[in-house]
Design a protein around this ligand. Structure first.
Ligand code: PGA
Length: 239
C-alpha cells in the first residue's frame, strides 16, 4: 500500500522535523508499504536533510511545467529532484479550482516531471454536482484523456479524490470507492496506462481506512487533514 500525506499549507520547519523524527521512530515499514509526504515547497530543505537515508519518500505538492526560466513564484521539479525528491503531486482539486489549472497545463507538468525521473501522483475527481448528475465517469475520462495525454505508466500513480469528500469529513462509501476505482482502472487501461496504482483520497481517517483498503483497485491513500498528526497518520497505515 502507498500512504501519501498531503500537508497542504501547514507546518513550520521545526514542526516538520519533529514529525519526521517521531514518525521514523515509531514506524517500521512493512516491505510492501511506501510512505510519501508532500510538504509545502518551502520545507523541501528539511525533507532533503531528514530523509537522506530514509525509506520514506517526499515530493512537491505542485511544480511548474518548465524546469527554469522567467516564471516568478513557481517551483522547479528539477530543483526538487536535485534535492532528493522522488515525487510530485499534479492536478490536486485545489490547484484546479483555486488556481485555475487546466488539463492542458497539467499534461505539461506531468510530462516534465516524468522526463526528470520523478513519480507523478496525478489527482482526479468529480464535484458533488457532477456526481449527482451521473457525470462521474465521463468527468474522469476527460481528466485522464487530457491530463495524462503524454504520460507513461511507469512513474505514474493516480489519486481518485472526489471533490465533495476533500476536507469535508464526508468520505465516499466503500461501494462508491470500489465502483469508481474499477472504472478508473479500465479507463487507464483504455489509454494504455496499465497497472497504474490508484489511491483514494478524501476524508480518510484511522476509523474508515481499514474498510476502504479492502476495496477493489485501492492501492493506498492520499491523506490531507489526518496526515498532520503522527498518531492519526500511523493509525491509517496500521488500520
Ligand atoms: P482530506 O484531504 O484528507 O483532508 O480530505 C485530502 C486531499 O486533499 O488530498
Amino acid at each position: 500500500m502507498i500512504y501519501a500525506a498531503n500537508w497542504k499549507l501547514h507546518k513550520t520547519p521545526e514542526q516538520a522535523q519533529n514529525f519526521l523524527r517521531e514518525l521514523s521512530q515509531s514506524y517500521k515499514p512493512h516491505h510492501n508499504d511506501k510512505v510519501v509526504i508532500f510538504p509545502p515547497a518551502l520545507l523541501a530543505g528539511v525533507f532533503s536533510q531528514e530523509l537522506q537515508n530514509s525509506t520514506m519518500g517526499w515530493g512537491l505538492q505542485n511544480s511548474y511545467s518548465q524546469e527554469q526560466g522567467a516564471f516568478t513564484g513557481e517551483n522547479s521539479a528539477g530543483t526538487a529532484k536535485v534535492m532528493g525528491a522522488q515525487y510530485v503531486l499534479v492536478g490536486h482539486s485545489e490547484r484546479r479550482s483555486l488556481f485555475a489549472e487546466r488539463d492542458e497545463l497539467l499534461a505539461e507538468k506531468v510530462k516534465l516531471a516524468q522526463s526528470l525521473g520523478l513519480q507523478v501522483v496525478f489527482c482526479i475527481g468529480e464535484t458533488l454536482e457532477q456526481r449527482e448528475k451521473n457525470q462521474t465517469r465521463s468527468v474522469l475520462i476527460e481528466q485522464i484523456r487530457k491530463g495524462l495525454k503524454s504520460a507513461q505508466a511507469k512513474n505514474l500513480i493516480v489519486a481518485y479524490e472526489p471533490v465533495w469528500a476533500i476536507g469535508t469529513g464526508k468520505v465516499a462509501t466503500p461501494e462508491q470507492v470500489a465502483e469508481t476505482h474499477t472504472w478508473i482502472a479500465q479507463i487507464l487501461k483504455d489509454h494504455s496506462l496499465d497497472l497504474v496504482p490508484i489511491l483514494y483520497g478524501g476524508s480518510v481517517k484511522p476509523d474508515n481506512a481499514a474498510v476502504l483498503k479492502q476495496q477493489a483497485h485501492v492501492a493506498g491513500f492520499l491523506v490531507g487533514g489526518a496526515s498532520l498528526e503522527v498518531s492519526s497518520f500511523l493509525g491509517i497505515i496500521k488500520a
